[in-house]
Ligand binder design. Structure first.
Ligand SMILES: *Cc1c(COP(=O)(O)O)cnc(C)c1O
Length: 386
């Protein structure tokens, strides 16, 4: 675990909200790949893609050097371009909508529910003749009501691009997230469900989309005979190396054990925090399984004015809490582009949310320490008088 100097001078352990888990089997896999003939463009890439496709239960996976790259490619595949609109959530990492802007499209932000996921009941009112696609996010790993969103897409002939960067291994009724949308995106950034250091992927059952993804990932160039090649579309270099894929293969073997560990911690938190006076937690529907990338808590309204104080106090005590997310439309770049906007549930969620430590590197003793420290700290905060 990360050690750091506490503000009171003693050496103190910081438990981050999420952290990678690298063991000897991962290190061995990377070392072996480093000694191989192909550091990139070799067999490990296909192997990792096949293992992912098997794990997810989808026909095709195309890995890339980040989820951001995968989002950009996905939007290019569906032909998102100038004049098009993309309905998405403001409660996400900025890449979900940035990549739509890079395609020349306009993101249309839809309000969320109090579980952090897009409110599917509010989507249809935002559809216009310019709408091309819907791009929701499985917040914290909690699966979206994807069937309801898919039905809206089918009715209005829209593409569905699911940003499942938090949700590798999440399930609905035993089916993995990634099997319903036209294209699903995963992230292998250091602290996402598994890591290739940086990395991401596209999952799809559509063969043509898969072929497009491979082209766009590698300059739009196809090999012909001998030295001859052709460039058939304008692509990028978004490839993931063999060394990274070797790490991914090793990590994927451990994914279910990672999720089990995070679920055990989340289950303990759920019970420990039931009916506490300071915050609520987000229940996961019985039909769903969350990869638990995040464990968000929602502070009571009376504590919103003290959130900075709470955040600082928890960091001083070694709890690396984080806030997910500042609404995208509040960023100055977006304000200049789209003007001022406010979505009431998103605003409230942002004021209430804190992500507390929940990851596979924690022991149950760590979880008890997190819970004790959190409850003690909140009891010492005055709160505002409403
Ligand atoms: C992390 C994240 C991304 C970007 O992932 P990278 O692999 O770092 O590019 C995109 N969307 C969401 C929701 C994320 O959490």
């Amino acid at each position: 675990m990360v050690r750091r100097q506490g503000l009171n001078g003693d050496d103190q352990r910081m438990i981050p909200y999420s952290r990678q888990s690298i063991d000897q089997s991962d290190i061995d896999a990377v070392v072996e790949a480093l000694k191989g003939d192909f550091l990139t463009g070799g067999k490990k890439v296909n192997e990792f893609e096949e293992a992912l496709a098997n794990y997810l239960g989808v026909k095709y996976v195309c890995v890339m050097n980040s989820a951001t790259s995968a989002l950009h490619v996905a939007y290019q595949i569906i032909g998102l371009g100038i004049g098009d609109e993309l309905i998405t959530t403001p409660l996400t990492f900025s890449a979900t909508s940035n990549t739509a802007l890079q395609c020349g499209a306009t993101p249309i932000f839809c309000d969320i529910k109090f579980d952090g996921n897009i409110d599917e009941r509010k989507i249809e009112a935002l559809i216009s003749p310019k709408t091309k696609a819907i791009a929701p996010v499985d917040f914290g790993g909690n699966p979206l009501n994807i069937d309801a969103i898919k039905a809206i897409c089918d009715k209005h002939k829209l593409f569905l691009v699911e940003d499942a960067s938090h949700a590798l291994g999440s399930q609905i009724d035993g089916l993995k997230v990634g099997t319903t949308a036209d294209i699903t995106i995963f992230s292998f950034h250091a602290i996402k469900p598994i890591t290739t250091l940086e990395g991401g992927a596209i999952a799809t059952n559509n063969e043509a989309f898969y072929e497009q993804a491979k082209l766009l990932r590698s300059h739009g160039i196809v090999k012909k005979e001998l030295w001859n090649s052709d460039m058939v579309t304008l692509g990028e270099n978004y490839r993931l190396s063999d060394v990274a894929c070797a790490l991914g293969l090793s990590q994927l073997k451990r994914l279910d054990s990672f999720i089990q560990k995070r679920q055990d911690i989340a289950h303990y938190y759920d019970e420990r925090f039931a009916n506490n006076p300071f915050f609520t937690t987000i229940p996961i529907d019985k039909t769903k399984k969350s990869a638990r990338h995040l464990y968000p808590i929602l502070l009571d309204r009376s504590l919103w004015c003290s959130k900075e104080e709470i955040f600082k106090a928890l960091h001083v005590k070694g709890l690396g809490v984080q806030v997910h997310y500042k609404p995208i439309y509040q960023f100055s770049y977006y304000k200049k582009l789209l003007g001022d906007m406010r979505l009431p549930n998103t605003e409230d969620f942002y004021k209430a949310e804190l992500s507390i430590p929940c990851h596979q590197g924690m022991s149950m003793e760590d979880a008890v320490l997190v819970a004790d420290t959190l409850l003690e700290t909140l009891a010492s905060i005055k709160g505002c008088h409403l």
